[in-house]
Design a protein around this ligand. Structure first.
Ligand code: WTA
Length: 645
């Protein structure tokens, strides 16, 4: 927890939306008088019926409602209300995968027209308020039209990251009973094509409820269209009206479902609602990023993840911003691409994940320093802990020491930033998320639930509700209660470890459950294990994380084969491919070790703590192994580990 402190820049302390004094006053009001604070903040939005009830929440029993008698429409707040003043302003600059492909600039007026058309096409296909619509789309403008069209007509979108496999897609379609899937012929990433429509075709035999597939033509690839089921977006749109009324939505109506990994079982469909979510992220976008009218804002996150939902799409649009949306990856055609895009669009605020920063840092400074980056005012990170070395590089090389960094800690379930510096108010410490956002009451507890005061390290809980909090897990409210509010009864448990330093600043240390964070993507060890044991030759598998220079955490799998099956390098390769096919490339194991036996307690529970230590090459610190059914298993595993490369 030691290390440098970078004091707030003087200019920022004077000019920022939130100065130190303002932060202190607003934070105090937000926790002492949440009704007053959030009633005021709700005025950021246009309401068809303004809310008179503000906060009605309890963590024991669990019941969370914000602005419950308010009526609004999220798409109207993101588009229509800006049209008078900003009709000709660019809402999105869209940058293609390769710089030689044509870019697009979409004004608010154009966005309105396209979203309306999209909404009318969805209605034509039978989509009604409350229906779930699955999106499996690349980072192309149409994904924003589709999400906003759902919001416009009150349908609930479920965006599935376009890197997931057909199997993973089918599971997510079935879980929320979607009858319609929106996809594209292909996606592009880093010069490669991703066969999205083919993946949907492969998924649908396992998702029999799907009646319609709406297909966006993107690369022009030759794909199969199934009569009666598959519809081209451009054909349907040609006949669609360019105006579509908004559906009035209760603040507590669901806006979207987003699947995320937990420590057990299959991914959970986290449900976010309209009013509280938009109010909170709109405030976060303005204050954490110090967004000012006219700024060009770029959040690099894919719309398949929460960071994309909140900060690539909804928050900037709610504030009438001009955003950048990029189809590709950080290092294609080369490691200068991010910085070239920043120069091309004169980006003012740039927000990305530590894994991208580490990868680009590894490519060398020249790729950065040959670009200008003079437009940058602020840098942000999210998704995983940032190591101080990467922070310093981001600060000194990318930002040339001019730009504050906001290291924002939050989760799919929290909807928006929870612990984060404010650039005009908070001294920065490389690696620390620092201070709570408005309305957030963090608390550290030990494993027995005892509250830890002062300088301490423990499990991070949040004591009271905030408007952007997830309301439930789709179709399984009990799982929501059990997962988040039962470990420490009456508190929201984040599953993150955290330290609080002598100044009261918070440092997130990473997950304390069986969830890995691989390149900023959440990955349940249980999901990877269940993919492995579905292979004929595997009898048992245990998955743990280990430190990885670029990805933050790598995936380390221990595999026990069926009796009579011989281990070989080819089989190891096959098993890695198998997981890739079952879940998607992001789940591909980095290291695989065959294990004739796994260390288990006498009651048969796998001792992951030991497996983690072995994966980390930390054999001296295995702790007590005397409770194992057969302690000699550990020696064999260590021997194998030392023999592998
Ligand atoms: C981790 C991403 C340290 C954390 C927005 C959390 C972070 C998980 C940070 C949620 C950060 C996110 N510093 N760790 N600034 N931001 N995390 O749901 O472990 O994809 O629980 O949401 O990422 O990942 P998710």
């Amino acid at each position: 927890m030691s290390g440098k402190t970078y004091p707030v820049f003087e200019q920022w302390a004077q000019d920022a939306h939130i100065t130190k004094q303002q932060y202190e006053n607003m934070y105090a009001q937000s926790v002492n008088d949440p009704d007053g604070f959030w009633a005021e903040q709700a005025k950021r939005l246009d309401w068809i019926k303004p809310p008179s009830i503000i906060k009605n929440t309890s963590f024991d029993p669990v019941s969370i409602k914000w602005f419950e008698d308010g009526v609004l429409n999220v798409a109207q707040n993101c588009i229509d209300r800006h049209l008078d003043k900003r009709g000709d302003q660019i809402a999105f600059y869209w940058e293609p995968d390769h710089p030689d492909q044509p870019a697009q600039a979409i004004t608010y007026t154009q966005l309105h027209e396209r979203v309306c058309r999209f909404a009318n096409v969805l209605k034509e296909l039978g989509v009604k308020k409350g229906d779930r619509v699955t999106l499996y789309l690349p980072m192309i403008p149409e994904i924003t039209y589709a999400m906003l069209a759902c919001a416009r007509i009150g349908a609930v979108h479920s965006v599935v990251f376009a890197g997931f496999s057909p199997e993973a897609l089918a599971g997510r379609i079935n879980d929320c009973d979607s009858t319609i899937v929106i996809t594209a012929d292909e996606g592009r990433r880093g010069g490669k094509s991703i066969p999205l429509k083919k993946n949907v075709d492969d998924a649908l035999p396992h998702a029999l409820g799907v009646e319609k597939v709406l297909v966006v033509e993107h690369t022009g690839a030759d794909i199969k269209m199934k009569g009666g089921r598959d519809v081209w977006w451009h054909e349907a749109a040609a006949g669609a009206d360019e105006f579509c009324d908004i559906e009035p939505m209760n603040a507590e109506d669901p806006l979207f479902i987003l699947y995320t990994s937990g420590s057990t079982g299959q991914p959970k469909g986290v449900v976010h609602t309209a009013g509280g979510y938009l109010t909170y992220i709109s405030l976060a976008h303005e204050t954490v990023f110090n967004y000012e009218d006219g700024d060009i804002f770029w959040c690099g996150a894919d719309l398949g993840w929460i960071t994309g939902h909140s900060f690539t799409l909804y928050a900037p649009l709610s504030n009438g911003a001009t955003s950048v949306m990029y189809e590709g990856v950080p290092n294609y055609p080369d490691a200068s691409r991010f910085w070239q895009i920043i120069d091309k669009y004169q980006v003012n605020q740039f927000y990305t994940a530590p894994t991208a920063i580490r990868a680009l840092m590894g490519a060398g400074d020249d790729f950065v320093t040959k670009t200008s980056r003079k437009s940058l005012k602020l840098l942000g990170t999210a998704g995983e802990p940032i190591n101080p070395e990467a922070w310093e590089w981001y600060f000194h090389v990318v930002g040339e020491g001019r730009c504050p960094i906001v290291d924002t800690w939050w989760q799919t379930e929290t909807g928006g930033c929870m612990i984060t510096p404010f650039p005009g108010a908070t001294d920065m410490k490389p690696g620390a998320a620092t201070t709570p956002f408005f309305g957030i009451k963090p608390q550290l507890v030990d494993n027995d639930g005892n509250v830890l005061e002062g300088e301490a390290e423990g499990n991070l809980c949040i004591l009271d509700s905030w408007p952007a909090q997830a309301r439930t897990i789709y179709g399984d409210h009990q799982r929501f209660v059990d997962t988040y509010f039962t470990t420490y009864r009456g508190k929201y448990f984040t599953s993150d470890g955290c330290k609080r330093d002598a100044d009261g600043d918070y440092w997130i240390t990473g997950r304390v459950d069986d969830v890995l964070n691989v390149s900023g993507h959440r990955m349940g060890t249980a999901e990877v294990e269940s993919a492995l044991v579905s292979h004929d030759m595997v009898s048992e598998a245990a998955v743990v994380g280990y430190p990885h220079d670029v990805k933050g955490q790598g995936i380390y799998v221990y595999v026990t084969l069926m009796a009579g099956v011989d281990q070989s390098d080819d089989l190891a390769k096959d098993l890695r491919q198998w997981v890739r096919k079952e879940i998607g490339p992001i789940a591909t194991p980095d290291l695989l070790q065959f294990a004739p036996d796994l260390p288990k307690t006498r009651s048969g529970k796998i001792m992951r703590r030991i497996l983690r230590k072995i994966a980390e090459d930390d054999f001296s610190n295995l702790g007590d192994i005397s409770t194992l059914a057969d302690p000699s298993v550990v020696e064999k595993l260590i021997e194998e580990r030392q023999n592998r490369s």
